[in-house]
Design a binder for this molecule. Structure first.
Ligand code: UPG
Length: 414
């Protein structure tokens, strides 16, 4: 394992996003956690929602006095092929979990757990990639409290993959899930529900003034290959079948039949731990080859993602399965309405007809119709955007997540 680079952050900078109860909760928890050492472990330092959250949370935990490291597993492509298959199985894909897969998985998790040479009081293992480290960690550090943070909707998990998760839960003291129902299929472990959150002060989410150099260039939509005077629909997501990029293209094309001017940008990262990214990217590229109004942007800088989420007329999140979707909160925070599917954590964030629209994942016609509605009604678009920003301010910003984690850490280290 290796330490991931983190930025300096101070909780004071987030003060305007905290209320008195939260300020008090931070003070009380940090008094209780003064000697507690924590590590977060995941499988990539960049790209994707988990890295996004851990990268913001860890500096704040340190700032409030809870000594916290962010550790990233060392692993090879074959391991990530297996863990992506596990991710897919947990999201509902019906496939086998073979002995060969387990034989690829086990040495990597055992190796990473064996490499650890510091004793922590609490280790938070994120997602199935690092879960398998639990038995070795428990054996080596019996005093350490082990937490598993699951970012995935497990409600339709294929049985062999749920059994795989269950087989590693014995040494886990607490599981964190995004919605109560995600934890219903796993047993023998206490569960806590924590909603994810976005960091309002990162280059991805803060107001776009005062930028310079590459960030300023990335934020300048005039330099992009599309026409900023024409309507723009955007989806920001890893190139992953569960984010349904081909469904996005279909819905966009149907909307374009009534709004011929409409353009689409699909913005997607390909993190190290997602080997499917390149395959899906090629499919999307092939499907849009002859379409000058569809733009694919890969591994795009945060200031550019910020500008696109801000500059879009509609953001789409057409996921087939989704633990939460930080991308929905990111867009709403910028006052852009979102058309999202009624799956997993998306309805936590979108109130249909208030700050966006919810559609069924297979309903391309409804998706296209909601896109069209928002592209043709500027007043509605603005009203949805304002409400969306307020909703995110109240419920899905990083300071609230910090308070949740401090509460959980106090609880498990008692
Ligand atoms: N992102 C980029 N560049 C891209 C595409 C995405 O920076 O080209 C970012 C995006 O801005 C967001 C993150 O990557 O910050 C993606 O997060 P999210 O939309 O939450 O999706 P996942 O990467 O799939 O994250 C997993 C779960 C998701 C959950 C998240 C945190 O699938 O449902 O919200 O973990 O719990």
């Amino acid at each position: 394992m290796h330490n991931a680079p983190t930025e300096e952050k101070t909780v004071t900078a987030y003060d305007s996003y905290l209320d008195d109860r939260q300020r008090r909760a931070i003070r009380d928890a940090t008094d209780a956690l003064v000697d507690v050492r924590v590590a977060h472990v995941n499988s990539t330092a960049s790209g994707g929602g988990v890295a996004e959250i851990v990268g913001s949370l860890v500096p704040l935990l340190n700032d409030v006095g809870v000594e916290t490291d962010w550790l990233v597993m060392d692993a090879h492509t074959e391991f990530f092929d297996v863990t992506k298959a596990i991710h897919n199985g947990l999201q509902g894909e019906k496939s086998e979990f073979t002995d060969a897969m387990h034989e690829t998985y086990r040495p990597v998790v055992v190796g990473n757990a064996t490499d650890l040479d510091e004793a922590y009081d609490v280790i938070v293992l994120h997602d199935p990639q690092s879960l398998g480290m639990a038995p070795t960690l428990a054996e080596r550090y019996p005093e350490t409290t082990l937490v598993w943070r699951c970012h995935i909707d497990l409600t339709a998990a294929a049985p062999p993959f749920l059994e795989f998760v269950q087989s590693y839960l014995d040494p886990i003291d607490r599981a964190i899930v995004t919605l109560p129902e995600y934890g219903e299929g796993i047993t023998g472990v206490e569960k806590t529900v924590v909603h994810p959150a976005i960091d309002p002060l990162t280059e991805k989410n803060r107001a776009l003034d005062g930028l310079s150099g590459d960030a300023a260039d990335a934020a300048d939509l005039e330099s992009y290959p599309f026409d900023t005077d024409r309507p723009l629909v955007v989806q920001v997501s890893r190139f992953d079948p569960w984010k349904d990029p081909l469904g996005v293209i279909e819905a966009y094309r149907e909307a374009k039949s009534s709004i011929p001017d409409a353009q689409l940008a699909l913005v997607g990262a390909m993190p190290d731990d997602d080997p499917e990214g390149i395959v899906v990217y090629r499919e999307v590229k092939e499907a849009t080859r002859d379409d000058p109004d569809v733009h694919l942007l890969t591994n795009h800088p945060d200031a550019g993602i910020n500008a696109l989420q801000r500059g879009a007329d509609v953001v789409l999140q057409k996921s087939l399965r989704e633990g939460f979707a930080l991308t929905v909160s990111e867009a709403l925070w910028k006052g852009t309405p979102v058309v999202g599917t009624n799956v997993g954590g998306i309805p936590l964030q979108i109130e249909d007809g208030e700050n966006g629209y919810l559609v069924e994942p297979t309903d391309i016609a409804a998706t296209a119709e909601r896109i069209t509605r928002l592209l043709t009604d500027g007043t509605r678009k603005r009203r949805f955007g304002e409400r969306g920003r307020e909703m995110v301010r109240e419920r899905f910003l990083l300071p609230r997540l910090l308070v949740d984690y401090l509460g959980l850490l106090s609880d498990v280290s008692r």
